[in-house]
Write a protein that binds this ligand. Structure first.
Ligand code: AVJ
Length: 367
């Protein structure tokens, strides 16, 4: 990890910033401080880029939930469909009395399907960076699990639910500190959030997951390479919710760091970079800008941008190869007939093999 100076010292050095923003940052929470550091770093370098994890404050998480319901945004709908169809098959591969750990928990609807299908799940541990959103999602999950039709053993009371507010990109072991395993561990990394990582970061994350889940497995959702027109539409919806989600990064900086971004001065730009197999999102200045963040001043010329997200797309084979490099033994894959999205079963062998190629023949199931 990095050793940037704490933001309060950055702010104290400034002569011109309001006392208000200095005080609020000096006593700021860790997420606010790391947001300030990373945003300042983003504007102090070229190309300007920042981690998409900062989209997810309470408002950003709500905007993301709206994205998931958009007609153009197929990944959530398709992954939900795959789970509706195959949750029982997936759960049948899991041992009883196991625990399910979800990374980047989101709305918990898909995990709810798995929990209902699991045999006597012992514990559910959703980890998310947005605490308020996580608490709200846990209460909807609880309602879902008490509905008639849920086996008694999957109901709250039998099932322990332990939400953790943490930034799991800072390390999985750290995020789960103080929570020793109580049985076999399975992970769920849904939504193709893995696509937010660079290939190196994804490998590093998967290695940590393989280590954490030894003797268990990771259930991994990956968005698949497809017609760029379909991808383009998914990130450029007609209602402009994705644009609002993208701009929320600046809105959050205004709210949390006392920055002075004029949101209408930035265009939402999202496009498929085919050679890199990824959607890129940027915020492009429509005119010259002088911005103040945390008391520091930055300039953007017309047309300059901040790169806010990568969303890598995979083939079924490229995802399996990546997982195998991280030490997993790829197992069954569940997908939809149009092959828009895939859910992978990645077994983590009890003895960890760091470059294990494992068994790479796939059995693919179509929803
Ligand atoms: C949550 C990272 C999977 O990349 O599709 C949706 C986030 N960004 N629309 C994605 C997102 C713009 C989403 N992930």
């Amino acid at each position: 990890m990095t050793s940037m100076p704490a933001c309060e010292s950055l702010c104290v050095a400034d002569t011109d910033s309001s006392t208000e923003s200095q005080t609020s940052l000096a006593s700021a929470s860790d997420p606010t401080r790391s947001f300030a550091q990373d945003l300042i770093r983003a504007f102090a370098q070229l190309p300007r880029c920042i981690s998409p994890k900062y989209f997810y404050d309470a408002q950003g998480s709500q905007l993301f939930d709206r994205i998931c319901e958009l007609p153009e945004y197929y990944p959530t709908r398709i992954e939900r469909g795959i789970l509706r169809e195959y949750a029982c098959d997936i759960a049948a591969l899991m041992e009883p009395n196991a625990e399910l750990i979800e990374f980047g928990a989101g709305s918990l609807q898909k995990a709810g399907r798995l929990l209902k299908a699991m045999r006597r799940p012992a514990r559910f541990v959703p980890i998310d960076i947005s605490g308020d959103h996580l608490r709200a999602s846990v209460s909807s999950l609880t309602e879902f699990l008490v509905e008639p039709g849920t086996a008694r053993e999957s109901r709250p009371g039998h099932l322990q639910i332990v939400p953790i507010t943490a930034d799991y990109t800072r390390g999985l072991v750290q995020a789960l500190e103080g929570l020793p395993a109580i049985g076999p561990r399975y992970g769920y990394f849904a939504g193709s959030t893995i696509g937010n990582f660079t290939p190196d970061e994804a490998l590093d994350f998967l290695r940590q997951a393989a280590e954490l889940l030894r003797g268990g497995a990771l259930i991994l959702g990956t968005d698949l390479i497809k017609d760029p027109a379909v991808l383009h539409a998914a990130y450029n919806d007609a209602q402009g919710v994705t644009a609002a989600f993208n701009r929320n990064l600046l809105a959050r900086a205004n709210r949390e760091l006392g920055a002075d971004f004029v949101l209408d001065d930035y265009a939402h730009s999202a496009f498929y970079n085919a050679p890199e197999n990824r959607i890129e999102m940027h915020l492009m200045a429509l005119r010259r800008q002088t911005i103040r963040i945390c008391g520091r001043r930055f300039q953007l010329r017309e047309g300059e941008s901040l790169h806010t997200e990568n969303s890598y797309k995979f083939t079924i084979e490229s995802a399996r190869a990546l997982a195998a490099r991280a030490g997993f033994t790829p197992g069954p894959v569940w997908t939809d007939p149009a092959r828009l999205f895939a859910v992978h079963w990645l077994q983590s062998p009890r003895k960890f093999v760091s470059n294990g190629r494992g068994n790479t023949h796939s059995s693919i199931h179509l929803a």
